[in-house]
Every structure is written in structure tokens, then in C-alpha cells.
Design a protein around this ligand. Structure first.
Ligand code: NAD
Length: 275
């Protein structure tokens, strides 16, 4: 299974499809991530707040896969953005992961009411310059937040990781990303199982036409839009299904019909509400 890579604005490359571990039980993370690695995933998306970095690290160590073949992302939680605390937070994450460097480190949310996300970004730049993160980016940042951090530092994030699926496409953020060279990572790419994407007719029709599942069609839509995805599943058969999306292509008409499913269908929190 060969997953294509995309070039980020700092020249480093990222596998376009990975495995997310939000809500993966810390006690089960090592086994589940080992299953994902066995299924062929090489890009893992975790976060300090998920409480399972240690399990991800244990799986990396147990897998014996050379470090350079893996792409590991983690994230700075909102209560660690002030002062020099991000510098301590990355050291704690690296320690739990058992790594000297992550491939990508993100500010998890702007948490605007706290007023520290610009400081957090200046510290992520320091973390990158110290070699503890190869690339740096943000998550859940809206255009106003992106403007503020770029203006303060002159450094454009490599990625913005946002809730995005066919029913909630966040076009203001994606067009900002296209203009500024910020890659878009789509979290909740399957609508977190909360939005009935799989019953939508264009999804079901394309699945029948290609002999694929609705989940595979939705993931394929993301990939053809140019987004980076890391669907989550605890089940090996679904992990295999979700990475088995490189042997077919949606036609332009199928892609467009799925793009027309925009319904402002946000399933999770809004960036201005999370602090
Ligand atoms: P997702 O859209 O990947 O949905 C996961 C759910 O979809 C699973 O629990 C399962 O019930 C279902 N599912 C998975 N594969 C399926 C299949 N083949 N067929 C049918 N159902 C299937 O949602 P997610 O896990 O929230 O998002 C993916 C990743 O994005 C996370 O694991 C995490 O790494 C990241 N994330 C980031 C943020 C953020 O704020 N930055 C927030 C949420 C998630």
C-alpha cells in the first residue's frame, strides 16, 4: 500500500493519509497503533490532550519500523500556551513518545479568550529552530487567527488542521490556505460518525459505481480535494478499508456531486468557543 506524500511549504513531505488516535483508550493505544502500522499506516496523529502519546511511543518502539519511515504529529494543549510553557510541553510530549523530534507540532486550538495563541506560535517557531519539531503548524485556526500569527512572526504555518468533511467544508479557511500555501488537514473526515454522510446519494452512488464502501468514497473525495486525512478506527478491518483508497478515482462529476453536499454541518466545537 503506497500512500502519496504532499510537499509542505517548508519543503518537508507528509503522507497524505494517516491514522488518528483521538479517543483511543490510552490502555489500548499501543495495540491499536501497532494494528494501524501493520495495516500500512506510517503517519500517526496524536495530541497531548488525548493522553495516549505514551502508547503511540510504545507502538513505535515495538514496531521496529525505522524512524525516518514514520511521520508523527502531536499538539500543544490550550492550557500550555502562555510564556515559555510550550517549551516544557514539547519536551514532555517527546519524552512520552520516546522521540527526539516530532515531524509536525501543532497549536491545538487558538483558544482566543485566553489570549496566548500568538505567543504559542512564537514558541513553536523556537521549537522548530531547536530541532524538536521538523515542521510546525496550527489546528482550528480561522483566518483572523492565521493573520495574527503570521503578522507577529513572518512564519506561515505548514498546515491548519480543521474540522472538514463534505457537509462542512470551511471554504474561508481552505481558500486562505490555498492563497498562503498552508496545507489543509481534515479532522473528522468521516463526520466522526455523527453526520449521516454515508447515506447521501452521491456518496452511495459513487460507492456502488466503484465497488467501494461509502467511507472509502468520502476519503477519496478528501484526497482528490488535496486534503490530508487521518481517519480513526479501533478495528483492524476498518483500518484496512480506510487505507485501501488508492486504486480508484472519483470522476469529476462524482467529485462535484459530493462537493455539493455542503450543509454547514459542523459536528464538533467552534474555534471561538474552545478555550
Ligand atoms: P472520523 O471522522 O475519522 O470518524 C471516526 C469514526 O468514524 C470512528 O469512531 C468510527 O465510528 C467511524 N469509522 C471509521 N472508519 C469507518 C469506516 N470505514 N466505516 C464506517 N465508519 C467508520 O473522526 P475523528 O476520529 O474525530 O477524526 C480523525 C482524527 O482527526 C482524530 O483521530 C484526531 O487525530 C484528529 N482530530 C483532531 C481534532 C482537532 O481539534 N485538531 C479534533 C478531532 C479529531
Amino acid at each position: 500500500m503506497s500512500v502519496p506524500t504532499l510537499e509542505l511549504n517548508d519543503g518537508h513531505r507528509i503522507p497524505q493519509l494517516g491514522f488518528g488516535v483521538f479517543k483511543v483508550d490510552p490502555a489500548e493505544t499501543e495495540r491499536i497503533v501497532l494494528d494501524a502500522l501493520e495495516a500500512g499506516y506510517r503517519h500517526i496523529d496524536t495530541a497531548a490532550i488525548y493522553g495516549n502519546e505514551q502508547g503511540v511511543g510504545a507502538a513505535i518502539a515495538a514496531s521496529g519500523i525505522p524512524r525516518e519511515e514514520l511521520f508523527i504529529t502531536t499538539k500543544l494543549w490550550n492550557d500550555r500556551q502562555a510564556g515559555d510553557d510550550p517549551l516544557a510541553a514539547i519536551d514532555e510530549s517527546l519524552d512520552k513518545l520516546g522521540l527526539a523530534q516530532v515531524d509536525l507540532y501543532l497549536t491545538h486550538w487558538p483558544a482566543p479568550a485566553n489570549g496566548h495563541f500568538v505567543n504559542a506560535w512564537t514558541k513553536l517557531v523556537e521549537i522548530r529552530d531547536a530541532g524538536k519539531a521538523r515542521s510546525i503548524g496550527v489546528s482550528n485556526h480561522l483566518p483572523e487567527h492565521l493573520d495574527a500569527i503570521i503578522e507577529a512572526t513572518g512564519v506561515t504555518p505548514a498546515v491548519d488542521q480543521i474540522e472538514l468533511h463534505p457537509a462542512y467544508q470551511q471554504r474561508e479557511v481552505t481558500s486562505y490556505g490555498a492563497r498562503a500555501g498552508i496545507a489543509i488537514e481534515a479532522w473528522g473526515p468521516l463526520g466522526q460518525g455523527k453526520y449521516p454522510l454515508f447515506d447521501e446519494e452521491p456518496v452511495a452512488q459513487a460507492a456502488a459505481a466503484h465497488g467501494k464502501t461509502p467511507a472509502q468514497v468520502v476519503l477519496r473525495w478528501h484526497l482528490q480535494q488535496g486534503y490530508i486525512v487521518f481517519p480513526k478506527s479501533n478495528r483492524l478491518e476498518r483500518m484496512r478499508e480506510n487505507i485501501d483508497v488508492f486504486d480508484f478515482e472519483l470522476t469529476t462529476a462524482q467529485q462535484d456531486a459530493i462537493t455539493a453536499l455542503e450543509r454547514d454541518g459542523r459536528v464538533s466545537a467552534h474555534p471561538s468557543e474552545v478555550n
